[in-house]
Write a protein that binds this ligand. Sequence first.
Ligand SMILES: C[S@@+](CC[C@H](N)C(=O)[O-])C[C@H]1O[C@@H](n2cnc3c(N)ncnc32)[C@H](O)[C@@H]1O
Length: 208
Amino acid sequence: MSTKCVLDAGCGTGWLFDELSPSEAWQCDLAPPPSRRAGIRSSREDITSMSYPSGTFDVVVSSLVLMWVSELSAALREFHRVAKPGGRLVVALVHPYFAHAGHVVSDGFVINRDLSQEQELSDYFISGVVGPLTYYHRRPETYYNEALLAGWRLTHFLDWFVDMEHYERFAADRRTATRRTGWVPTFTFFVGEKDLSDVDTSGSGDAG
Ligand SMILES: C[S@@+](CC[C@H](N)C(=O)[O-])C[C@H]1O[C@@H](n2cnc3c(N)ncnc32)[C@H](O)[C@@H]1O
């Protein structure tokens, strides 16, 4: 079954729709989104206040974006508003207990940031280009609790670990500033569902 209408919120390079071909592909970002192929509807949007009408999307994807957003609750409420009743939210984060938390050593991962504290890293440029932005180090439950408060019913959670055997065989020659490890989760994902009875009437949504 193909998914009908998907929003990639904070799309960056727009890679998602190389992997996924929904019948309606929408993408937005603070920076002008790239045109990777015909038919993708792109706009510049701040995800904390989007111009889409309420109840537009079957799926809202937010991949590696929410760590950059100060108004986390506003973004999660906006995702909920623009999702259809019964629609889904898929969130990916660099795992808060991996991102800038420490460094990889030969036999493990040494933590050198206080994981109990929420912290901000200012004047950060993504890939040296988009910025300056602030990176918000939040504990995982902050994301879950804000999503619940925004009205999402959380249905799935996944902590993703690098399979180092696979990595050494197929990807070790890729250049990355971050050393990989299989000892701590690199990414974390969660999925939320908007109740069928949830019909939002609030919010900006003035564009078609
Ligand atoms: C690390 S990139 C991730 C891009 C892509 N989703 C991915 O998975 O590769 C984070 C993106 O979020 C965007 N972003 C940050 N804050 C945003 C906001 N308030 N509204 C819209 N986009 C935002 C940035 O411009 C950047 O393109």
